[in-house]
Ligand binder design. Structure first.
Ligand code: HAM
Length: 417
């Protein structure tokens, strides 16, 4: 009997894990500079949290959740996204009681039972941030700037920022009426998904990929905004312009989750089949209260790491720090073998990435192994050198070879980094 990974999951093997580490490291470093601090919440939560938090009529809750009953008869769901759990934790741990706002970030797996296609997985990873406790539009702009910096610093090109205002619930109720009046006569022309979505979530209909031709002349939510919403949106745009972040206003942009108010935004790029959205987020001023907390506003984003990495590969971006060993130790003879076991440990403690043979191979095979590890140096220890307290050090790029004292090996290698 043999086993294979479940559909929609991935093994991240050495060779590609270095890219993941680089992307995660970049995310952490950006959060440090923007002063967001890490939060780690559970990978599963009670199902009701996501029903309330993400929204009953969303695709996620209607058909994509990994939900099961545990042995204590609780309905549990593997988190399909990060915001609901972070907000639950913010409320439960009373982070709102602190004098400053909460600026939090997370990196981790999320789970959605989605139809498989390029860039769509059932276990995928998000880098997300949530800023809770302020309605200042400067924070919306800061979160967008943070996302933009992430894509820039990992080296992605051609990332577009689209923004919209989805208003407040009352603005949306108003707009919904106008939109329904526009959509009703066209109902029979629309795709099956949209036909069933019209009443439940007409704003999502405008976002449909296949029906765009029927939406010419559709009312725009931007014309329905009240003064407060318009002011907020204008400020976000001003701040983004001040920071020289290029963006486009897309009045049809609605997100797949119900909690957004005011600003909604997406990061888009071409190169992953039919998918062009690589990250998104927005403001969610009602969510904290919705899940039982005080009426605190929030804004955040979630960026898909699989999609980021697929695009980096598609654009053939080189890793700034490729995987290579500093030194490969070759031992000739038993006494030398014993000495390099100790030597490898000393080098590693001194910060040097050292590798050696563990399969009793001949010198030639060990040299080939050093090549496969892209070793910068090979250090060869025979009985003669050992008796003199020396080792032969070969620079693999230049082919130059010299003999150095064993106790100076670490300095020699470190000095050339
Ligand atoms: P979302 O738009 O549902 O937002 O997901 C954010 C990103 O996660 C997507 O743009 C995409 O890159 C990635 N993603 C989503 N589903 C999949 C999948 N099946 N396979 C691969 N990647 C996927 C949220 O989740 C919100 N929590 C973002 C947010 C945070 N809003 C405010 N704060």
């Amino acid at each position: 009997m043999s086993f294979q990974k479940s559909p929609g999951t991935q093994d991240i093997l050495p060779g590609s894990v270095e890219r993941w580490q680089f992307v995660e490291q970049t995310a952490r470093d950006i959060c440090r500079r923007f002063n967001f601090r890490e939060i780690r919440t559970p990978m599963f939560e009670s199902t009701d949290l996501f029903r309330r938090g993400v929204g009953e009529t969303t695709d996620i809750v209607e058909k994509e959740m990994y939900t099961f009953t545990d042995r204590g008869n609780r309905s549990i769901t593997l988190r399909p996204e990060g915001t609901a759990g972070v907000v639950r934790s913010y409320v439960e741990n009373k982070l709102y009681g602190e004098p400053d706002i909460a600026k939090l970030y997370y990196i981790g797996p999320m789970f959605r039972y989605e139809r498989q296609q390029a860039g769509r997985y059932r276990q995928f990873h998000q880098f997300g941030v949530e800023a809770l406790g302020s309605a200042d539009p400067a924070l919306d702009a800061e979160v967008i700037a943070l996302g933009y910096s992430f894509y820039t610093e990992v080296g992605l090109q051609g990332v577009r920022v689209e923004i919209n205002s989805v208003g407040t619930p009352s603005v949306r109720a108003n707009f919904r009426e106008k939109l329904l009046a526009f959509l009703e006569p066209k109902r029979h022309l629309l795709c099956k998904d949209c036909q069933s979505r019209i009443e439940r979530n007409p704003l999502r209909v405008l976002d449909c990929k296949v029906d765009q031709e029927h939406f010419e002349g559709a009312p725009s939510i931007l014309d329905s905004l009240d003064e407060e919403c318009r002011n907020h949106f204008d400020k976000v745009k001003t701040y983004l312009s001040d920071m020289a972040i290029p963006f486009e206003v897309n009045p049809k942009l609605v997100r797949g989750l119900d909690y957004y108010t005011h600003t909604a935004f997406e990061f888009k790029a071409e190169g992953i089949g039919a998918i062009d959205t690589i990250g998104g987020g927005g403001r969610y001023n009602g969510l904290v209260a919705e899940i039982g907390g005080p009426d605190q506003p929030g804004v955040g984003l979630g960026l898909g790491l699989e999609r980021t990495i697929m695009l980096l590969e598609h654009q053939e971006r080189e890793l700034p720090d490729p995987h290579r060993v500093d030194v490969y130790l070759v031992a000739l003879g038993e006494a030398a073998e014993r000495r390099i076991t100790q030597l490898a440990y000393e080098l590693r403690k001194a910060g040097i990435r050292a590798e050696r043979d563990y399969q009793g191979r001949k010198m030639k095979a060990q040299m080939k192994s050093a090549d496969r590890y892209a070793a910068r140096f090979t250090a060869i220890l025979g009985d003669d050198e050992l008796s003199r307290g020396e080792i032969a050090l070969k620079d693999m790029a230049s082919g130059e070879q010299k003999v150095v004292a064993l106790d100076r090996l670490a300095q020699e290698i470190a000095g050339t980094k």
